[in-house]
Design a protein around this ligand. Structure first.
Ligand code: TXA
Ligand code: MG
Length: 313
């Protein structure tokens, strides 16, 4: 059910959970002042309680009110990338952020989104705690319709159109001497070089790097359609079936293409990815091949990681 900005404000201020747009993906929002509503988010998504949520605020100043200690370069990062698709993990004043939102950690994730409707909403409601508005494990929602597919047509959604980026924010965490990327996202690692003076390391956990990933969400299966995905560097000529690939390439005769856009345009592919994964489910597709012949850098790196997670059984 689509709601107006005014209705969205009222619902959030009365302690209810609704879906709101951002420039990355839709979020399932509750006011930071209602721990019970935040608890409801976990229940609605089927999200494990040890996977913390992101606090979204209208400005850097508002974020600063919750932060116990600002790591080096905080101001520079914030003024360069906020509002926008960057999330920072920061030590918090624990009484100010409900423990349920941060899964009991002494830190919390913060972001100032750039979607005009969301910013207007945040100015009215104060900070909103929100994860992506999808059932846990499923592809994220990049339109109001996607949200309704997961939560039903009666669920309240503030419709902000199709998300401009279509890919989640990039998450950075201060690790004693440097900022580290703990989740790849809409901003590629290279984007941070001019601001930090170094290319932040990417540490997604797994790979024997450490027992617990720095970003708890990395532990879980994610972004996955029902279809079994097979990732291929090239699609063999004799293969037939469904291909997630690029509109400027030719695939073996008899293949049915779900296009991510041009192979020269990572932004378009990022924008399309979740819509394509969801379309597979809508069309009842059981198996699909994915054309992985694209660079391992920039935003392509994020796409590669999302597809690898979506393909994991
Ligand atoms: O673009 C986005 O970031 C979207 C929109 C709605 O803002 N949100 C989003 O939220 O992707 P979610 O919940 O799907 O992913 C947040 C990630 C999770 O993997 C979680 O483990 C991690 O952030 N996270 C949250 N708090 C953390 C903390 N204190 N330390 C480490 N990781 C944290
Ligand atoms: Mg998510």
């Amino acid at each position: 059910m689509r709601v107006t900005l005014e209705q969205a404000c009222d619902l959030l201020k009365s302690g209810l959970v609704i879906a709101v747009p951002t420039e990355t993906v839709y979020g399932l929002a509750a006011s930071i002042d209602f721990p019970n509503a935040i608890q409801d988010i976990f229940r609605l998504k089927g999200r494990p309680a040890d996977n913390p949520l992101i606090v979204h605020a209208a400005s850097v100043e508002e974020v600063a009110e919750y932060v116990r200690e600002k790591p080096p370069h905080f101001e520079k990062l914030a003024s360069s990338f906020w509002p926008g698709p960057m999330t920072l993990i920061l030590p918090v004043i624990e009484e100010e952020v409900p423990a349920v939102a941060r899964a009991g950690l002494p830190t919390a994730a913060f972001r100032v989104p750039v979607h005009p409707l969301t910013l207007q909403l945040l100015q009215e409601t104060g900070p909103l705690v929100m994860p992506s508005a999808n059932l846990s494990g499923k592809p994220s929602a990049t339109s109001a319709q996607h949200v309704e597919e997961d939560f039903g047509s009666g669920f309240s959604v503030l419709d902000g159109g199709s998300c401009q980026k279509g890919m989640e924010s990039t998450i950075l965490c201060w690790k004693g001497s440097e900022w580290v990327i703990i989740r790849l996202g809409a901003l590629p690692p290279e984007a941070f070089f001019p601001v930090l003076g170094y290319l932040p390391q990417v540490n997604l956990g797994g790979n024997g790097q450490q027992e617990r990933p720095l970003c708890p969400g990395q532990l879980y299966r994610h972004y996955a359609p029902n279809a079994k995905l097979t990732l291929l560097e090239s699609i063999p000529q004799e293969r037939q079936g469904v291909v997630i690939g690029f509109s400027d390439r030719t695939y073996p005769k008899g293949c049915r293409l779900y296009p991510l856009g041009s192979s020269k345009d990572p932004e378009a592919a990022a924008h399309q990815l979740y819509a394509v994964l969801r379309q597979l489910d809508a069309d009842g597709i059981q198996e699909a091949m994915v054309d992985m012949n694209f660079p391992a850098q920039g935003l392509w790196l994020t796409l590669r990681e999302r597809l690898q997670k979506a393909a994991r059984v």
